[in-house]
Write a protein that binds this ligand. Sequence first.
Ligand SMILES: C[S@@+](CC[C@H](N)C(=O)[O-])C[C@H]1O[C@@H](n2cnc3c(N)ncnc32)[C@H](O)[C@@H]1O
Ligand code: SF4
Length: 362
Amino acid sequence: MAMSDLVVLETKPDNGLHDITQQPFTPKANRGRFTMGSIATTEVCDLSCVFCHFNGPKAPKKSKQLEPHLVRKALQELPKGSQVYFAATGELFMDEHAVEHLQAAVQLGLDPLVLSHGQHFTPELLDKLLSIGVRHFRMSCDAIEPKAYAKIRRGGELQRILDAAEFLRNRKPSFPEITVEINCTLLSNSFPKQDEMIEFWRGRVDAVNFNAEYFDTFRYRNTFFIPRARVDCHLQTYVLPSGKITPCCAVMVHAHDHDVSWLPDIRTHSLQEAHDELCEMYENPSSELSALCRQCDWWIMWAKKGDMTPYLRSVRLNDSLDIWDKRSRAVQQSVRGRMLNSFRALPGKLHAYMLRTVRGRS
Ligand SMILES: C[S@@+](CC[C@H](N)C(=O)[O-])C[C@H]1O[C@@H](n2cnc3c(N)ncnc32)[C@H](O)[C@@H]1O
Ligand code: SF4
């Protein structure tokens, strides 16, 4: 196969899917407490991936950036202990305040997860992130062969991702909570290579998340299956670099080059108020949002079959499960040891009985 054949983007769209989208459907919103989608602090990126609607070769490039006080305003509304997903519409680490945002999240008791193209992950930056308390890393990587990677992720080098993954793996003995995952957008020629990619990443990262490609703002191809009927989207709050708050990724993509003055804004709305308004719009057939939803295939994100959706296949790698198994076995053994020790203080017969009970069960 010639190298130029490795990146073939033209595949048939999933027309069957779009037919289902256009069937009559009465949307019902998930009212109640909001859940956070992600915070996108910047639109700027130094790569130009072939499929990217924000910074790809044909995309209109923008340079908005969310001011740190607005990032903090959003973070302050999240419950302590919750995970917060930093996934820019550009590249998080092009934002000169990225580390500051992550630090603010940790200081507020949150558990940040970063999605990045990984090209800026030097040992210095990764050590800095670990030192402030970041433990969860996702790197987007759509090929396992350097030339194919470079053709898709223009301006990027596969080796940098491999080095970052290895660096983080070597830090696991000190920080066992670290998780490293690969996000892989599937193209027509990589779709059949999922097994090969899984084997490539085994031993290097904890999971590989394969996702289908939106080739148009609201249309998909390379999905995993076609569901029988449309399902409701689970509306979340996504904060954009402009400050606008969208209910989903589709509207996030749409907002890149359309007037979305009708969306709530982090300057004027709490996340809960934004969620409440977006739920109203979702159910109101005459709203701007509803007009977009009617043509939108992104509901596939919520059409679960087992642990898969038409959009996403997440593969946890055994090796990392082994690490967790070993850790949990070590914890169990240490708890058991401490229990046996504590029985020493008991009177003779009770001591023997407790020992028999615990040993008998283990
Ligand atoms: C827009 S990027 C921004 C974050 C960062 N720059 C990166 O590439 O990871 C967010 C995610 O969307 C994925 N993505 C970009 N364009 C896509 C498309 N047309 N279809 C599906 N996923 C896409 C990227 O691969 C990445 O995992
Ligand atoms: S690295 Fe991310 S934001 Fe940049 S062009 Fe690629 S997908 Fe788009």
